[in-house]
Design a protein around this ligand. Sequence first.
Ligand code: PAF
Length: 281
Amino acid sequence: MKICSTIAEARAACLDARAGRRRLGLVPTMGALHEGHLSLVRAAEAQCDAVAVSIFVNPTQFGPAEDLSKYPRQFERDCRLLEKEGVDILFAPPVEEIYPDGLVTWVLVESLSEKLDGRSRPGHFRGVTTIVAKLFHIIEPEAAFFGQKDAAQLAVIRRMVRDLNFPVEIVACPIVREPDGLAMSSRNAYLNREERSRALVLQRSLQKARQQFHDGEKSAAKLISAAKEVFASEPQVVLDYFEMVDPDTLDPVERISRRTLVAVAAHVGSTRLIDNLVLNP
Ligand code: PAF
C-alpha cells in the first residue's frame, strides 16, 4: 500500500493506478476504521481495479462545540487494517496540506445541507461537500463508496455530483451493525457501558416504525409518534430528530406511498449518534 501525505504524491499514485483505463475506487474516511469502513473497501475492491482510501479528520465539517479534538485517531491500526484488505493507495494528508491558506471557497449544496443533520449541525454539510469535492479533484476516482448510515450525507453528495457534473459514480453500501443491532460508528468508542446499552433505543425506535408500517400504518405522523414513544423508555437519551423523508430531497413525507428514508439522531450522553432505514411500500 502506498501511503501519500501530500497532494502531489497522491495525484501521481492515482494517475499510475488508473493507467490503462483501470477503474479507481475511492473510500473517503476520517479514520478510526471499523467493519463499516472495511465493508466499503471490500465493495470498492469488488467493483474497481484499484482502491484508494483517504483518512482525513476534516476540521471544516465540525462545529465549534463539536468533538474535533477528541475524534478518535488510530493511524497505525488503520494502516494495518487497510494493508490487510489489499488497499493500493492511502491518502492521509495533514490539515495544512488540504487547507494551507484557510478556506474562502466552499462547495455548498443549498437547502439539502440544512436538513436532518444539517439543521442540528449548521455548516456540517458545507464542510463535507467541500472536502469531498477536493478529494474527487485530487484522486479523480471513477467511483466513490459511502455508507448508507450517513443517509443525509449521501443525498447531499449525490446532488453535488449531479449539479457539478463530477464524473464519479456514487455507490451506497448497507449499514453494518454490531450483533445487537447498533449501527457501527467511530463515535461508538465514546460510549461507556451504560450508554452503549442505552444507544440501542435508536435501533428499537426504527424497528417500531417499520413494524407499524408493515402492520398497515402509512401516516408518517403516526409512525413518528409511535417511534418517539420508544424513546420514553430511555429518558437519558435525548432525541435530536426522528423524521420520514424523501431519500433524495430530504423533504418530509406525509404518507408512505413511495421509498421513504426513516432517519433518527439522538444524544447518548455527550455522543451524538445517527441511524436509519428505508421503507419500501
Ligand atoms: O463520512 C465521513 O467519514 C466524512 O463525512 C467524509 C465523507 C469522509 C468527509 O470528511
